[in-house]
Each structure stands twice: as C-alpha cells, then as structure tokens.
Ligand binder design. Structure first.
Ligand SMILES: *Cc1c(COP(=O)(O)O)cnc(C)c1O
Length: 401
C-alpha cells in the first residue's frame, strides 16, 4: 500500500482533531526521521521538543527493552527501583527537592495548581484561592491546564472553565501587580513561552515576579515542559536566569519519547501542601517511564547536553542572522538555546512554509504570531544546522518570488 492509502485508512477511523501533515513515519536515526517510503527528514521539531537525544540511541533503547522484560507497571501503591532512581536524579539536576511523576505536561500543570491551592488553603485556613497566568501562554489541553492557558481561541468553546484565573501580560510586571491580591495563591509562567511565539522572559520581569511572590507568600510556578531538560543551555531554564521557582513542571524531553511528566517542589512547599489522599495517578511514574527518565538524566550528563547547547547556540544564532539578512520574508528571530523562532512576514502563512519544508526533507514547527519554531534534537551539530538553513533558505526563496 502507498503512503496515501495508509493516510486514507487513518482518516476513516481517527477522530479528526489534528491537521496532520501527509507523511507516515517509520523509524528514526540520529537527527533524521524516515517515512515508510524510506525518504529522510532532518528533524528540527523533535516531535514538539520531546526527542532531545535524537533517535536510535542504543543505551536508551536497551534500558527500556530490559525494563519491559522485567516489569512495566505496579501502580503507586508500591515502590519500585526505577522511580527511586529517577526521583533522585531529576531532583538533583533540577535543583528541586521533591517530585511527583505524571503522564503528561498538562497533568504536571494540574498537579502544580492543586499543590499551590492546597498550600494557600493550609496557610489561610480557607478555600477560594486564585491563579495569575500570562497572556499567550500554553499549559495544556485538560480543563485545568486550559483554564490557565492565555489563548482565547483554545479556551472559548469550553467555557465555563476553572474559575479564579487572571491573566497578565508576559514581561510586563505592572499588569501582574494589578491582578495579584489576597486571594492569589500562585503566579504561573513559562520562562520561555513556546506555543505563544518563542518569547524569552525578561530577567528583570522574573526578578520582580519572584520578589512579589516572596513578599506575599505566593508560589511561583515555572512551566518548563518545553524549555526545560537542556533546551536553553542549562538543565532547566530557571538555572540560566538564577531565579528559582517554588514549583517546576516538566514533561516533553523528560522521557525523550515515553509519556511522562513531573512537577517538582521545594521542601517548604512539599511540607505544607499535598498530603496522602490529595492527589494520585494510576500510571504516573511507572517502571517503564521512570527507566526512561533515569536513563535520559544519565545520558544528558554523559553527553554534556546543556554544555553542547550552550556552546553551539552562538553558531546557530549567527546562521539565523544570516538567514534573516538574506530573506525579505523574515523579520528577525528570537529565542534561547535550541528553542528559536523565526518571525515570518504576515503575508506568508507559516503553515505553508512548514508544509513546503517537509516536502523538501526538513521538519520545522510553527508557533503563534506567524513564527517558524525550531526545536532541534539537543545533539545537533553545526553541519546539520547548515543543512537546515540551506533547505529553509530555498523554501523561503520560493515564497519570495
Ligand atoms: C506541551 C506543553 C504542555 C502540555 O504538555 P502535554 O504533554 O501535551 O500535556 C504544557 N506546557 C508547555 C509549556 C508545553 O509546551
């Protein structure tokens, strides 16, 4: 059967929720994916920031295979060694004290919200606490995480959502201050906004938000689902800014391809929030996904991933400068580390550029505001950056004619 026939089969039975690109992927190796016809694609999307180590990494594959043969599930009624090891490693690398493993990024946000609400409930001996989140943020698709996602078109069909959420403008402290009051239990933000269009936080903005949280005993939640796990040149982006959250959400590259997320807290928050019975998950942190987390932590240290990203970023950014200089269709770029956005002129729909790049063997993503989003695997080298820039350049030229 041809790839077109397979796509027809899929479209007859899958719920039509995604506008999928017309390609059926078969396997991956290094920083390339291959479709069922054997065509290679240079991957500058990493399955939306997940496949940080690239593909076909033997140590990762073998660790998972061994664990599948041993045990994949126990429930959280019992202990198992992969969870103990994953918890020790991820708390050490993140600088946080305690972790709760979830199945996704959205569930990590759900847990972070519940933790903050319980913290304020114990402190004030009353319920009714509210969250401050940012415009153009993205925190997931469950009802709770959607309630704190600052993009109206994602939210509106599903009203009423969770009550008590106030939105401020990212990088505008005055608007945060305006919506914070005695009911506020948490301020939630992405240190680098992803879906919203690749906006890094202003260091002064983070400093002011942190100071306000300290002053009012409000918890600061960083959503590092996309920008964490080495992508910005440190294990977590808070370490680059030197501004530490009270709760940290992770997922995406945390397991590099198995469904796992986590929220992590400081000891102070852990001791004054969720108690046995307050929260749980059947699968969350099962032996298979915790083996992935544990192995990813080991390999990211062994391959010196944050150092590699930090060292290669100036080259990547210089190449993006060159691309912007050579192409009228681009208005600039912004980002941090291997999380970069190219600002496309409004007259050229970003979806068309993403589709054409795919046809030419390059995977890129889009983000809000007509942005071409680049999230390559964290192991890419300069030659692969050159190759991506060449393909992107030829695609842009077609649209400039
Ligand atoms: C992807 C993403 C989420 C949601 O993660 P899921 O695993 O899709 O639920 C939350 N926050 C940010 C910043 C993300 O990029």
């Amino acid at each position: 059967m041809s790839m077109q026939d397979e796509i027809r089969r899929a479209d007859q039975k899958l719920l039509h929720v995604y506008s999928r690109f017309p390609v059926v992927f078969d396997h991956g190796q290094g920083v390339y994916l291959y479709d069922t016809d054997g065509k290679a694609y240079l991957d500058f999307g990493s399955g939306i920031g997940v496949s940080g180590l690239g593909y076909g990494v033997k140590a990762y594959q073998n660790a998972l295979k061994n664990q599948i043969d041993k045990l994949t599930h126990t429930s959280n009624l019992y202990y198992h060694m992969p969870m103990i090891e994953a918890a020790e490693k991820i708390t050490r690398l993140s600088g946080m004290d305690r972790v709760f493993f979830t199945n996704s990024g959205a569930e990590a946000i759900e847990g972070a919200i519940k933790t903050a609400k319980k913290y304020a409930y114990l402190r004030d001996k009353r319920a009714g606490h509210e969250i401050v989140a940012m415009q153009h943020s993205f925190h997931g698709r469950t009802v709770g995480s959607l309630s704190v996602t600052g993009t109206t078109h994602y939210r509106e069909p599903f009203y009423p959502l969770m009550d008590g959420v106030h939105f401020a403008d990212f990088n505008d402290f005055a608007t945060v201050k305006r919506v914070v009051d005695d009911n506020t239990c948490a301020i939630l933000l992405e240190p680098v906004q992803g879906e919203g269009g690749i906006y890094p936080a202003d260091p002064e903005f983070l400093r002011q938000v942190r100071a306000l949280c300290d002053e009012k005993d409000i918890l600061l939640i960083f959503d590092e689902v996309q920008c964490g796990m080495g992508r910005t040149g440190a294990f977590f982006t808070w370490q680059k800014y030197g501004i530490k959250p009270d709760i940290l959400a992770s997922a995406k590259a945390l397991g590099c391809g198995v469904p796992v997320g986590a929220f992590l807290t400081t000891e102070k928050v852990a001791e004054n929030s969720l108690e046995p019975g307050d929260h749980g998950t059947t699968y969350g942190g099962n032996p298979l996904v915790c083996t992935a987390v544990s192995t990813v932590c080991d390999l990211m240290e062994e391959f010196k991933i944050p150092e590699h990203v930090e060292k290669t970023t100036p080259y990547f950014e210089a190449k993006l400068d060159e691309l912007c200089f050579a192409h009228d269709s681009l208005m600039g770029h912004r980002g941090m580390g291997f999380m970069q956005g190219l600002l496309l002129k409004p007259s050229i729909p970003v979806g068309n550029v993403v589709s054409r790049a795919l046809e030419k063997g390059l995977i890129v993503l889009s983000a809000a505001g007509n942005v071409i989003r680049l999230l390559p695997p964290l192991v890419i080298e300069e030659a692969e950056i050159d190759q991506a820039m060449a393909i992107l350049g030829s695609v842009l030229s077609e649209f400039e004619k």
